[in-house]
Design a protein around this ligand. Structure first.
Ligand SMILES: *Cc1c(COP(=O)(O)O)cnc(C)c1O
Length: 399
């Protein structure tokens, strides 16, 4: 199915191929499935920084409960496809103009990352004769032991959120400001977590924190935003499909957790990677194959200026080879057979390496490689104009 989709695309092109291909039908099905599995007290938002292309947002518009953004530019991207879909607005560096713009664009919630940000929002909202609905972003004092394996934004010193020790004072301040309505808390402290049990342990901790403060201040929060951070396994064992985060198991555990804690508030998930990674492929044609110092290298029409993810994460990205038979030259085709090969881009830097020593049955100049799981944090985190090569095609297949 997946192979067929890419094959059809490839057969429609004659120039050296360099393209992002997104499968919108798959994306819609995936979002629906993820959302339906969640307990009814939970909303699924899409964190658009993972991939903010209009066709992606359009596909997710009625298949998620809304969008999480972290700049006014992102607010505008969402508003360009829908005037009223719920938006939640985070980020440690919101300027006055962004806070003002967010109020003007009627965002549903603003996540507050510091005392200064809270005071500025109150000041701006009052001037506009508005009241801003906010969640306080908490940097928890600690996280469960298991959560240490993942990338972390909290449970240690970071630029994100408000130190747990300062939350009581911040709750009191928020309650005293006429331009602010406190709706609950926001916790997004881990990223790329692959284990459902670990995620449940982290959420249990979040629920406990929320309960403590609700009791202490006789509050009833309306929302607890438990963040995103559900991971994608980019492992490269080609023999077997990689084990991905077990969403069904997680949702069952979450239902049990909700039954025990009986929180009066609703929960928000704001996932990026887990929603869109699997719907995108980055295709690059092999323009050359060579051997130096006993190692095989394939050079691609493309590279990290289009797809920075493997370099950024320092991993070898999974890919599949799409053979192409056309060969226009009257001389032999450089090829490697049944051997490890390193896939490099067209940039003049040794950092432009997307997979190292990956075993291939055969790879020839003129073949194409398709990097998998490239739908999130691919094109959108890359330095497109470094070395001034042409940009990849960006193709959104549907149906
Ligand atoms: C980036 C981000 C997300 C999404 O993270 P994923 O790992 O893509 O799920 C969610 N919430 C906040 C606050 C973020 O910064």
């Amino acid at each position: 199915m997946k192979q067929q989709l890419l094959r059809n695309f490839l057969d429609s092109r004659t120039e050296p191929v360099c393209a992002y291909v997104y499968d919108l039908a798959h994306l819609r099905r995936r979002a629906e499935r993820l959302r339906q599995a969640l307990p009814p007290q939970c909303s699924l938002f899409y964190a658009i920084k993972a991939n903010s292309d209009a066709p992606i947002l359009q596909a997710l518009l009625h298949r998620t409960d809304g969008f999480e953004v972290a700049s006014l530019g992102e607010v505008e991207r969402v508003r360009a496809i829908d005037r009223s879909v719920p938006i939640i607005f985070g980020g440690p560096g919101k300027t006055d103009a962004e806070l003002e713009g967010a109020l003007q664009q009627q965002v549903m919630l603003i996540h507050i990352e510091s005392e200064h940000q809270l005071r500025r929002l109150d000041w701006i909202a009052r001037r506009r004769h508005q009241v801003a609905d906010v969640l306080l972003r908490v940097n928890p004092a600690q996280l469960p032991q298991d959560a240490k394996a993942t990338l972390r934004m909290g449970g240690e010193a970071t630029q994100f959120g408000i130190d747990q020790a300062q939350i009581p004072a911040m709750i009191e301040l928020a309650l005293s400001l006429p331009g602010i309505r406190l709706k609950g808390l926001h916790l997004h402290a881990i990223s790329n977590n692959l284990d459902a049990q670990t995620h449940l342990a982290v959420l249990t901790h979040y629920l406990t924190l929320a309960e403590t403060w609700q009791q202490r201040y006789q509050l009833q929060f309306e929302w607890l935003n438990v963040g995103g951070g559900i991971g994608v396994n980019y492992g490269v064992d080609h023999a077997e499909p990689q084990a991905q985060f077990d969403w069904e198991r997680f949702c069952n555990g979450l239902a049990a957790l909700i039954a025990t804690h009986r929180p009066g508030y609703k929960m928000i998930f704001e996932c990026g990677r887990f929603i869109t990674a699997d719907c995108g492929y980055y295709l690059a044609e092999v323009t050359d194959v060579k051997t130096t110092h006993g190692k095989h290298f394939a050079i691609l029409r493309g590279g990290s200026h289009h797809f920075r993810l493997p370099v950024s994460w320092q991993h070898d990205h999974p890919f599949t080879v799409l053979a192409r038979e056309a060969w226009p030259y009257p001389f032999a085709r450089p090829a490697v057979q049944d051997a490890p090969i390193t896939l490099c881009g067209e940039l003049c830097t040794p950092k432009d390496t997307l997979a190292r020593d990956a075993h291939v049955a055969r790879l020839r100049a003129g073949d194409c490689v398709a990097f998998l799981l490239a739908g999130a944090y691919g094109w959108h985190i890359s330095h497109h104009d470094f070395l001034s090569h042409p940009h990849p095609e960006r193709v959104y297949l549907d149906g």
